[in-house]
Design a protein around this ligand. Sequence first.
Ligand code: 0WD
Length: 255
Amino acid sequence: MQLLEGKKALILGLANERSIAWGITQAFKKHGAAIGLTYVNEAIEKRLVPLAQEVGADFVTRMDVTKDEDYQNLREKVISEWGKFDILVHSLAFADKEDLKGRFVDTSREGFKMACDISAFSLVGLSRVLQDLMNPDGSIMAMTYHGSQKVVGSYNVMGVAKAALEASMRYLAEDLGPQKIRVNAISAGPIKTLAASGVSGFRGILQTVEERAPLRANISIEDVGGTATYLASSLSGGVTGQILYVDSGLSIIGV
Ligand code: 0WD
């Protein structure tokens, strides 16, 4: 059954075939959605183009969420390619590698600002410039991690940025609800991607899931793609402002 037939999905944060956004893109494609993709810089563009071809994407365009003009350019691109669209996927984050090791107390003001700007404010900025282009029954989703709620060694400033992202998601859900746009987050378990390689001790985090999570296995980008498809489709009508955990159940385990 094709759950996303006739829907148009704009996906941000596809860097390579290991990216969570790739699992989501492939799942959306399988379910009949049209795809638009963005890249942050030329290096990512090179890796993105063959992936875009593989899924027959309608367009790829530049979007660096730290640049005000890119928000406007993205809006204009969506208008010229699609007019209206249905699904927005926020699957991007960034923090200085120096801030993803050692003690959180040493986080610099600049590092704090940058992590929150790129990883959290961007959801607000994107929602603002794109909201009126979204059809009713639209769905916005962002990727988060449990380090927002509990202390995870080395995740540091990114945990704070994810807390800001999750709270932003809830406020956006209230703002955009009257327009029949739903806003949710997926809290994924650890997956070995480019972004994850910046987190010191990441291997140990993966091992913990295998040893302690109820399902005793790490999750895959396909697992996230499945939940994203549910959130993008009308199957999740009535669901907004929520964080859905795709983490093999690790977050329910106490000491
Ligand atoms: O374990 C994991 N991998 C988890 C990731 C567990 C739970 C959540 N997440 C989240 C991440 O925090 C992020 O929000 O999932 C999202 C996607 O992350 P990913 O798939 O793990 O990482 P990756 O494949 O590296 O894609 C993230 C991309 C960037 O890649 P690089 O590695 O080049 O930084 O985010 C993009 C970029 O393509 N990105 C930006 N996009 C627009 N503007 C910017 C920017 N300024 N900075 C980074």
